[in-house]
Design a protein around this ligand. Structure first.
Ligand code: HPA
Length: 287
C-alpha cells in the first residue's frame, strides 16, 4: 500500500527524519529572513540538517537563503532553551503552493516549538523605521491574495476558522521589548504588509499601503504566522528594515541593498534575538 500523503503524514515523516538525527525537542523556533541566516551558526551543541535531508522540505532558490535547520543552544546562556533555527525559507513568488510555503513552519511546531519567532527583511514605509532598524511586528495585512488555510482543514492541526486578533502575541511582544532594552536596543512596533512579490512595489502601491496602515512591507512571514496560529503556537515577528520603500527612497531598490543592510545589522540582530530567545526560554521551560 502507498504511504498516505496527507499533511499530517508528511509532517510525521519529516519529524521522524529530524528526530533520528537529533532527538531534542525545541522549545522555540526562529525562521531567519534574507541576510539574517548567520544567526543559525551562533548556536552551540548544534546539529545541522540540510533541507534536502528532510522529507517534503521544499528546495530554496533565493540567494541569501541557505536551506538548513539547526538545532542547538544559545551561546553563553545557562540552562538555554533548545532552539530550532531555520536558515532559508520559501516564498510564494518562487511558485510554490501555499501549503509548501508554510510546511517548514508547521514542521517546527510539530517538532514541539511553542513559540515561533519569524524574522524578515522589509521595506520601511512609515518613519517609525529607518534602514538598519529592527522592528517588532505588531500586526499584519495579508495582501498576498491567498491564505495558507484554504483547502480542506485537518482539524487535528487546528480549527477551520482560527482567530487572528492577537497573531503577534501581546505578552511576548512586551517581553521582547524589555529583553531588547537589556541589550541597549529600542524595538519599535509596526504593522507589516505582505505582498506576493517578486517585483518590488511601485510608489503608488506604497502610498496605498501607508494609507492602509502599513509601516513595513515584505514578501513573507504572514502565511507562516497564520499557519503557526492555526496550530496554536505563539508567534513573534521581527523585521529588519533594510531599505526605504519605493518612492520613500530617492533611489531604485535592489536585493543587493536588502542583503547588504541585513548583513550590517547582523551583530545587533544576533544580540537581540539571543536575548529574546533566552528570555522566552525562561518564561516557558521545556520540563
Ligand atoms: N518591498 C518588499 N519586500 C522587501 C522590501 C521592500 O521594499 N525590502 C525587503 N523586502
Amino acid at each position: 500500500m502507498e504511504a498516505p500523503n496527507t499533511l499530517s503524514a508528511r509532517l510525521a515523516r519529516a519529524t521522524s527524519a529530524i528526530r533520528s538525527r537529533d532527538a531534542r525537542v525545541p522549545d522555540i523556533a526562529v525562521v531567519l529572513g534574507s541576510g539574517l541566516s548567520p544567526f543559525a551558526s551562533t548556536l552551540e551543541n548544534a546539529t545541522t540538517i540540510e533541507f534536502p535531508d528532510i522529507p517534503h522540505m521544499p528546495v530554496v532558490t533565493v540567494p541569501g537563503h541557505a536551506g538548513k535547520l539547526v538545532l542547538g543552544t544559545l551561546p553563553g546562556v545557562p540552562n538555554s532553551p533548545v532552539v530550532a533555527a531555520l536558515a532559508g525559507r520559501v516564498h510564494l513568488y518562487e511558485g510554490h503552493a501555499m501549503d509548501t510555503v508554510v510546511f517548514a513552519s508547521r514542521l517546527l511546531v510539530t517538532l514541539g516549538a511553542k513559540v515561533l519567532l519569524l524574522t524578515n527583511a522589509a521595506g520601511a514605509i512609515s518613519p517609525i523605521a529607518r534602514p538598519g532598524d529592527l522592528v517588532l511586528i505588531s500586526d499584519h495585512l495579508n495582501l498576498q491574495g491567498q491564505n495558507p488555510l484554504i483547502g480542506p482543514n485537518d482539524s487535528a492541526l487546528g480549527p477551520r476558522f482560527p482567530d487572528m486578533s492577537n497573531v503577534y502575541d501581546r505578552e511576548l511582544r512586551a517581553r521582547a521589548t524589555v529583553a531588547a532594552q537589556r541589550v541597549d536596543c529600542e524595538l519599535r512596533e509596526g504593522v507589516y504588509a505582505a505582498l506576493s512579490g517578486p517585483s518590488y512595489e511601485t510608489p503608488a502601491e506604497i502610498r496605498m499601503l501607508r494609507a492602509m496602515g502599513a509601516d513595513l512591507v515584505g514578501m513573507s512571514t504572514v502565511p507562516e504566522a497564520i499557519a503557526a496560529r492555526h496550530m496554536g503556537a505563539k508567534v513573534l515577528g521581527i523585521s529588519c528594515a533594510t531599505n526605504l520603500a519605493a518612492g520613500v527612497s530617492a533611489h531604485e531598490l535592489s536585493h543587493d541593498e536588502v542583503e547588504q543592510t541585513a548583513k550590517k545589522t547582523r551583530d545587533k540582530f544576533v544580540r537581540i534575538v539571543t536575548e529574546i530567545l533566552a528570555d522566552l526560554g525562561r518564561a516557558a521551560p521545556s520540563a
